[in-house]
Design a protein around this ligand. Structure first.
Ligand code: HEC
Ligand code: HEC
Length: 470
């Protein structure tokens, strides 16, 4: 009897030990999903009390436990992820008798793939340009005549922020892409300068954040040119909105904590559908031969969870993907930052400037479509095709929903042949719901290597099957 109890206890210990990382992940997901950096009136906000309107409009329906059409409409138009009738990363904060609508990290850093909500995944559908354009229009007359200094402080900053993010010269051209140029404008302002209208957009998809603790020390963002030593660049997206270096200094300890104690515990999402074990085995062998040289090993702990390691930078002349984003870290930008008010904490990895892109670790890669830093390739299968055989247009609408998921090629469903001419016309007219590789910064070239030319259709499918298991 004693023996049985000991065995049972031992079993319990082993099984609960096995779950430690899952428990930590669940906790981290919850903390991160509810996190924002609003502090003392500073943060990524819209004009005070505008959020009250939004909340009020849906209130009656929510009270009756019915889907609230306003939330749904906002989610669809602006690409916020909706979960349990709430917009992820959108908060209503009470501050000095005002209701302040605040954007949190998870507006961009939580997403959906195949209908599954994934904290820490980049939001595939968010449209910062459209959000800003529309809120700017309302904010211009919102609160007209309100002279309260606390109100004006937030209102004026929200206006200035929306003006920059809706500037058609530097904003993104397609939903799902976020322009790094917005961050750059902070440093011009810091020096009392107007930002140049021809500075480029540097549009990128919001990256996944699992494994960031290990990646950080080798460089922040997808080219690693920004140093992760001080954690300060991690606040990059909020820098211009809060319009204050003091804000960054005030929240820096929390950013460190968030990175090392919260984001560090995130796990990649597991593939939610069946996999073909035999193909996985074949695919793993092919992956080792064809991909591992750059993407490295993907080792697991005894419980099967990833052991995160740092990725390697691959020179641009080797990977040959779109280089617009690399140009954004120009000598002028580096000088502005280094001589600016935050030069002590925002530093560079000078050896990595304009060199190339990280070959990212591929944990949870099934969920990270569309692929590459600029989201230009719709599926894993197409990542292994020559660029001219890849899709030149695909829809970004509802990109995270299950009906948009292609289980065979792993990624987005494509337009049907008969729709193509009409969709191409729409793409050429600038439709923001359609990804179009001829737009600036959105080329789908590169990431096609000699070793890929030998892969057969079946072999590519086997590699895709293996990648589902990461
Ligand atoms: C407006 C959308 C947006 C918001 C809001 C946002 N981010 Fe990001 N974040 C991005 C994009 C886009 C990148 C990638 C930039 C690049 O690689 O050039 C990024 C990069 C990062 C990285 C670096 C990832 C890597 O692989 O190096 C971290 C860490 C990060 N964000 C954390 C945060 C945190 C914490 C917050 C909240 C304070 C936040 N982000 C808010 C869009 C956003
Ligand atoms: C010569 C180095 C190299 C080889 C070989 C290589 N890759 Fe990559 N891979 C990269 C680089 C660099 C990037 C990032 C490029 C960018 O974002 O512009 C990348 C990006 C990716 C991405 C996009 C990840 C994301 O989150 O968007 C996938 C998927 C990928 N590679 C899969 C593969 C597969 C599968 C193979 C083997 C069949 C392979 N790679 C071989 C260097 C390489």
């Amino acid at each position: 009897m004693k023996k049985i109890i000991t065995l049972l206890l031992l079993g319990l210990m082993v099984s609960s030990y096995a779950d430690v990382r899952v428990l930590k992940h669940n906790k981290a997901a919850e903390v991160f999903t509810n996190w924002h950096f609003f502090e003392n009136g500073r943060g990524m906000t819209i004009s005070p009390n505008m959020s009250r309107l939004m909340w009020m409009l849906g209130e009656d329906r929510r009270a009756e436990n019915k889907a609230d059409p306003i939330t749904r409409l906002i989610s669809k138009r602006y690409g916020f992820v909706e979960k349990d009738d709430k917009l992820m990363g959108v908060f209503n904060v009470k501050y000095k008798n005002m209701d302040v609508g605040v954007l949190g990290c998870t507006a961009c850093h939580s997403g959906k793939a195949a209908g599954v909500f994934v904290p820490g995944l980049g939001n595939k559908t968010i449209d910062p340009y459209l959000i800003s354009r529309d809120t700017l229009k309302i904010q211009r007359f919102w609160g007209w005549g309100n002279q309260d200094p606390d109100y004006k402080y937030i209102h004026n900053k929200a206006l200035a922020f929306a003006k920059v993010t809706s500037d058609p010269k530097i904003s993104s051209l397609t939903r799902g892409l976020v322009p790094d140029s917005t961050i750059k404008t902070f440093f011009y302002k810091d020096h009392g300068l107007e930002y140049p209208k021809d500075m480029g957009r540097a549009q990128v998809k919001a990256p996944h954040l699992w494994g960031i603790k290990e990646k950080r020390l080798h460089g922040i963002f997808n080219d690693g040119s920004l140093s992760g030593e001080s954690y300060a660049w991690i606040f990059g997206a909020e820098l211009f909105a809060s319009d204050s270096g003091d804000h960054l200094r005030a929240v820096l300890p929390q950013i460190k904590w968030l990175t090392d104690e919260v984001l560090a515990n995130l796990l990649p999402p597991s593939y939610p559908f069946k996999v073909d074990k035999e193909a996985v085995f074949k695919g793993e062998v092919l992956f080792k031969k064809t991909c591992m040289k750059c993407h490295g090993e993907h080792q697991r702990d005894p419980q099967g969870h990833p052991i995160y390691t740092a990725p390697k930078i691959i020179p641009q002349k080797v990977v040959k993907t779109d280089h617009e984003k690399l140009k954004a870290i120009s000598p002028e930008f580096v000088r502005l930052v280094e001589t600016g008010s935050l030069g002590d904490i925002l530093t560079f990895n000078h050896d990595k400037i304009q060199k190339g892109y990280f070959a990212p670790k591929l944990w949870g890669v099934w969920s990270r479509f569309p692929y590459m830093h600029n989201a230009s390739i719709p599926s894993l299968y197409q990542v292994m095709l020559p660029p001219e055989k890849r899709s030149s247009i695909f829809s970004m609408l509802e990109a995270g929903e299950e009906h948009r998921f292609d289980k065979v090629h792993v990624g987005l469903t494509l337009f049907e042949k008969r729709e193509l001419p009409r969709m191409l016309r729409r793409a050429k007219r600038g439709d923001r719901d359609i990804y179009f590789i001829q737009r600036e910064g959105q080329s789908n070239k590169g990431h096609y290597f000699d070793s890929f030319t030998k892969l057969s259709h079946q072999e590519r499918l086997a590699i895709v099957e293996y990648l589902k298991t990461l």
